[in-house]
Design a protein around this ligand. Structure first.
Ligand SMILES: [Zn+2]
Length: 324
């Protein structure tokens, strides 16, 4: 495997520090910043083994290869070497099947976890006007809807938005937090804002926190979950085209939100299982990129870390500007 060129970057895109280290995975580069503790992702323009998919298209070669044992399985797995599904189509898959039930999906159990967390912190859902940001495909918001006063969901893809409205009966608006402002989208304020893992796609968390402060009532609660930087997360998603843009450090997000009047009420860090998905086909690649990056300064844990933080809005930093 040929070694790729060094990534051209002038520093950390979040804090501008030059105290950074870059490392490569199959489909992305990751830049880890020792100053702010965050990691940012850059997609690679070409993937090292992309050309291998094309050999199946040569008539003779394809015919010969198909005679080998496991030819179809190999061909199927090789698709991961090239470019795949566009970002916006991701959640459409779920609702396309006409499945409107959370059971058996990746979201099963999450509404209960959210309710447990709120209960532990003496927060009652029944009085809350809730906003679920990037809630696609909407299964979690649909369950929370049964317990709260009112819920509004947002999603990026217009198709998913219309399906969440029509199939799930969930009031959903199209919203792209990297292009639009929350305060221009909503007139009424919220008491609870949930953002589950979508903050990992947010290009400017500082601006986002300002917006969040504008659309929340005094005493509002923000439930933020995200993935923090580990070697495991970079390795785990390296064959996917559309993955997190950033892996955030808990301390960084805590400081950004604190500046806007949000104080941490609770913080849970869960190490998930080892990233290994059981596909033997990927093992050589995982080992290759693991050996290439094992001495880098990032958290070298092989277990991805999920962080869930609950914030209270204690100060309205926004009152003076908002009332202008
Ligand atoms: Zn930085």
């Amino acid at each position: 495997m040929k070694k790729s060129k060094q990534v051209k970057t002038t520093g950390c895109v979040i804090c501008r520090s030059i105290n950074i280290e870059s490392f490569e995975m199959y489909k992305h580069y990751w830049i880890f910043c020792s100053e702010c503790g965050n990691a940012s992702q850059l997609p690679r323009e070409t993937y090292p083994l992309e050309f291998l998919i094309k050999i199946w298209n040569f008539p003779f070669l394809g015919k010969i290869l198909s005679k080998f044992p496991f030819a179809n399985t190999i061909k199927e797995h090789m698709q991961y070497f090239g470019k795949s599904l566009a970002a916006e189509e991701l959640y459409d898959q779920y609702l396309n099947d006409g499945n409107i039930n959370i059971s058996g999906t990746a979201w099963e159990g999450i509404p209960e976890q959210i309710q447990d967390l709120l209960r532990k912190n003496d927060i009652s859902l029944s009085t809350k006007r809730v906003l679920d940001i990037s809630a696609g495909p909407g299964f979690v918001a649909k369950e929370i809807q049964k317990k709260c006063k009112e819920i509004v969901a947002t999603e990026l893809s217009p198709n998913t938005v219309s399906r969440m409205n029509s199939l799930l009966g969930l009031p959903t608006v199209k919203f792209d937090f990297n292009a639009e402002k929350l305060s221009e989208k909503f007139d009424q304020k919220f008491d609870l804002v949930m953002m589950r893992h979508s903050i990992n796609f947010c290009n400017n968390v500082e601006d986002f926190a300002v917006e969040l402060s504008k659309i929340t009532n005094p005493g509002a609660v923000v439930l933020l979950s995200f993935v923090s930087p580990t070697l495991a997360s970079c390795l785990r998603w390296q064959f996917e085209d559309y993955i997190y843009s950033f892996l955030f450090s808990k301390n960084y997000l805590e400081q950004v939100f604190y500046k806007r009047g949000f104080v941490v009420a609770s913080c849970e860090i869960k190490s998930r299982r080892f990233f290994w998905s059981g596909k033997l086909f990927f093992l050589p690649f995982l080992l290759f990129y693991l050996s290439l990056n094992v001495f880098k300064k990032i958290d070298r844990s092989l277990k991805p870390k999920n962080v869930t933080m609950l914030f209270y809005k204690t100060v309205d930093t926004n009152t003076s500007q908002a009332d202008q």
